[in-house]
Structure formats: structure tokens, C-alpha cells
Ligand binder design. Structure first.
Ligand SMILES: C[S@@+](CC[C@H](N)C(=O)[O-])C[C@H]1O[C@@H](n2cnc3c(N)ncnc32)[C@H](O)[C@@H]1O
Length: 221
């Protein structure tokens, strides 16, 4: 998939600072979807290491505190209230994609229900790859709820299955990565929020991730 002109446009082109000025102490997916995110993080070994949560708020959905957690997002009050965070960075990734960390700083980079707001996602994924250690994992999870004025046009007009392919392409354009692998964690069933995940690892020795070798895909139809 290539990204046609206008793909990353948004109906609200104003800087994100204003939109996220007031804290929102809410959850953006339901409890079942949050449990699916936590369970995937556990399966991928995320809590064992140093973690960067991109586009973070007051919750990071980890099943238990990791060795360290840097929460990076737009709202300082939300970040301050994140109980697992051991450090916090306020940064607008649509203004500055460079991440303020040395190469190889983290074992996992997370982005939960937020990738649709990135206007330069390939650059952000490339930075995530840079700050990961060898075999470190980037995990991107998303559902079908969003702030429509802040989501990119390409995402708004895509089906859930196409959104999985969009995120896979963000990895492909920012690699090399091991993967990506994708999974429908919760199908749309009328009972609650669906949940999709796409993840990949920075190439390195000692990779043991059954979902990436051989590469598997389970995407919505
Ligand atoms: C739908 S909320 C999700 C928050 C959290 N990841 C979660 O799982 O509940 C979207 C988050 O993306 C962050 N965000 C939106 N635009 C951003 C930007 N340009 N740069 C960095 N973070 C951004 C906001 O601070 C907000 O917390």
C-alpha cells in the first residue's frame, strides 16, 4: 500500500496542543478490550523490560509494572497520574518525531488506540525502531473509536481490515523489522469494542517470538 496525497490530512489541522490541553481521565476502550491489550503485552514479555508508551495518558494497560515505564504524550496532568510511569515526556509527535532518547534505550515501545492521530507515522515508527534494543518489540493496538477531527483522512475512510494493513505498512516503510505480525484480538461482535494488534521486533540475535517466525497473520475480513 502506498499513501496517496491527502492521506495524512486531518479536518482539524490546528496544532494538537489545544485539543489535548484539558485532561481526559477516561478510558478509550472498554474493559474487555483493555484486558486483551494487557494479555498481549504479557504474552510478548513487555513487562519484563524498559518500556516506552507513546501517545500515553493516565493508563498504560500493562498487566504489572515493568522495569521502567516512560510515558510520552500530550497532556501533563494525564501523564502525572499514570501510576506505573517512572518518567514522563510531554511531546507533540506531529510537530517533532525525533524521540529524546539514545539508540537502544528500550525493550518495548507501545502505542495504544492512538496511531490514527499520527501525521508522520513512518518517521515515528523509525524513531521507535532506533530507540529499541535488538529483539525489542513495538506493539500497536487499536479499536474503532476515535476523535474524528484529529484522525488522519486515510484512517477515517479505511475498514478495520485496511487499518491493520495500514499499520503493517508503517512498519514496512520504517524497517527493517522482524515482522510485522498482526492479530484480531477481539472481533466486532456487537458486545464490545473490537481490538486489533500489529507488532514487530527490531532485528537481533536470540529472537524467540512464535508469532513472527514463521510470520502469521490473522486479520478481519
Ligand atoms: C485515545 S487517547 C489514548 C491514550 C492511551 N494511549 C490509552 O490507551 O488510553 C490518545 C492519546 O494520544 C495522545 N496524542 C494525541 N496526539 C498526539 C501527538 N500529536 N503527540 C503525542 N501524543 C499525542 C494524547 O495525549 C492522548 O492521550
Amino acid at each position: 500500500m502506498s499513501f496517496p496525497p491527502g492521506f495524512f490530512d486531518r479536518s482539524d489541522p490546528e496544532p494538537d496542543e489545544e485539543f489535548y490541553a484539558s485532561p481526559r481521565f477516561v478510558t478509550h476502550i472498554d474493559d474487555r478490550a483493555i484486558a486483551a491489550v494487557s494479555s498481549l503485552y504479557e504474552e510478548l514479555g513487555v513487562p519484563e523490560g524498559d518500556v516506552l508508551d507513546l501517545m500515553s495518558s493516565w493508563v498504560s494497560h500493562l498487566p504489572r509494572p515493568p522495569r521502567s515505564l516512560c510515558a510520552l504524550g500530550m497532556n501533563a496532568e494525564e501523564l502525572a497520574a499514570n501510576p506505573m510511569a517512572t518518567s514522563r515526556v510531554r511531546q507533540d509527535l506531529n510537530q517533532t518525531q525525533h524521540l529524546p532518547f539514545p539508540d537502544g534505550s528500550f525493550d518495548a515501545v507501545l502505542c495504544c488506540v492512538s496511531v490514527d492521530y499520527l501525521t508522520a507515522p513512518v518517521e515515528v515508527f523509525g524513531e521507535a525502531r532506533r530507540v529499541l534494543r535488538a529483539s525489542g518489540v513495538m506493539v500497536c493496538t487499536f479499536s474503532n473509536r476515535l476523535f474524528p477531527t484529529k484522525a488522519i483522512r486515510g484512517w477515517l475512510y479505511a475498514t478495520d481490515a485496511e487499518r491493520v494493513r495500514i499499520v503493517e505498512d508503517y512498519f514496512r516503510h520504517s524497517g527493517p523489522w522482524e515482522g510485522p505480525a498482526s492479530r484480531t484480538c477481539l472481533r466486532p461482535d456487537g458486545l464490545g469494542d473490537p481490538l486489533y494488534a500489529v507488532w514487530a521486533r527490531r532485528p537481533g540475535r536470540g529472537l524467540v517470538d512464535p508469532a513472527l517466525a514463521p510470520l502469521t497473520r490473522s486479520v478481519p475480513t
